[in-house]
Design a protein around this ligand. Structure first.
Ligand code: NDP
Length: 323
């Protein structure tokens, strides 16, 4: 049986692994079978992670996280968790391969998933002009006209990045002000290839075999219009990935996993949560990393208490204090 299993390979998961490994807990980290490294794998330059004044590419940063975790003895498994049994003192983690792992404690750091618009044509044309990842798909839109939906940092980052390829990038936002940080806004406003379409929402993605445009509705007066496009990037935020635990752990009204105060303790003893899956507000690589630290320290204390209890009980029994 393992002392600690970590699910998730973003900044929270790997930081928890670094701390747990350095505490000699020999963690097993379950990364995904598809993409290891979490959301930063879809990012270009990370300019706000302390320690890298020149900036660092997202995938490179995650490779460093993993190297550091493995250096201290973390075992990484590339598979998907299909089910969890969190009842009782022994937690069971079942993987897609059929492998079953038992553990005394579990750190859940599965991050969040791209939010969808939920409009006609979005799913059907996914991969045929509709994308959630500019760094993955931007290359296919050389000299094309595309749009990014959203008004946050992701939308500004994607739009700015996509101007490297596209001849024109619209940003479609449902309000007339952006949620994005000032520096990201200014960078987008200064880019001649970017044009903002304010107070508008996408109601349909149109196209037969590939995206040919979108239908827009004004959020001010409800008027509708068509916009011809070769591609659409959806950057409207993320939802916490709780599908494996939504009926096993308490959730908050925002849909994140509930934790006790500033700790990582969930509603089930021995189960800790970290990163975007508990954070509806900040969701930065650095806050996720800090949260992974908290989870590893909480797991370490939990395991130490378990050990103390198993030592104390026989001693008390020997002394005739308890039956
Ligand atoms: P946010 O939640 O910050 O922004 C989502 C945006 O999408 C908002 O403008 C929101 O509109 C809009 N939106 C949400 N749902 C819909 C919908 N159904 N239809 C149309 N528009 C919608 O998400 P981000 O992914 O941008 O950022 C998440 C976090 O990651 C933030 O903390 C951000 O700072 C951080 N981040 C940092 C980066 C960096 O510093 N390099 C890069 C990328 C992200 P409205 O404003 O009306 O609510």
């Amino acid at each position: 049986m393992r002392k600690v299993i970590i699910i998730g390979s973003g900044p929270a998961g790997f930081t928890a692994a670094i701390y747990a490994a350095r505490a000699n807990l020999e963690p097993l980290l379950i990364a995904s079978s598809v993409e290891v490294g979490g959301e930063l794998m879809n990012t270009t330059d990370v300019e706000n992670y302390p320690g890298f004044p020149e900036g660092i590419l997202g995938p490179e940063l995650m490779t460093k996280f993993q190297e550091q975790a493995e250096k201290f003895g973390t075992e990484v498994v590339y598979d998907d968790v299909t089910s969890l049994d969190l009842d009782g003192p022994v937690k069971t983690v079942t993987l897609g391969s059929g492998a079953v792992h038992e553990t005394q404690s579990l750190i859940y750091a599965t991050g969040s998933a791209y939010r969808k618009l939920g409009v006609e044509g979005e799913e059907r044309l996914s991969g045929y002009g509709v994308s959630w990842c500019a760094t993955c798909d931007g290359f296919f839109f050389r000299e094309k006209t595309i749009a990014v939906v959203g008004g946050g940092d992701s939308a500004m980052e994607e739009a700015t990045f996509l101007t490297r390829f596209a001849s024109k990038v619209y940003v479609i936002h449902r309000k007339d002000t952006l949620r994005a940080s000032k520096i990201m806004q200014e960078r987008a406003f200064a880019n001649e290839k970017i044009e903002f379409i304010w107070n508008s929402e996408v109601t349909d993605v149109v196209g037969e075999a590939a995206v040919s445009g979108v239908k827009l509705r004004s959020t001010v007066d409800g008027s509708v219009s068509d916009l011809a496009l070769d591609g659409l990037f959806v950057a409207i935020g993320n939802d916490p990935r709780t599908h494996l635990v939504h009926d096993k752990l308490d959730l908050t009204p925002e849909g994140t996993i509930w934790v006790d105060g500033r700790s990582s303790k969930t509603s089930v003893p021995g189960v800790f949560a970290a990163g975007d899956v508990i954070d509806p507000t900040y969701r930065q690589a650095i806050t996720a990393a800090g949260s992974g630290t908290v989870a590893a320290l909480d797991a370490e204390h939990f395991l130490a208490d378990l050990e103390d209890a198993s030592v104390e009980i026989p001693a008390a029994q020997a002394a005739g204090i308890i039956a």
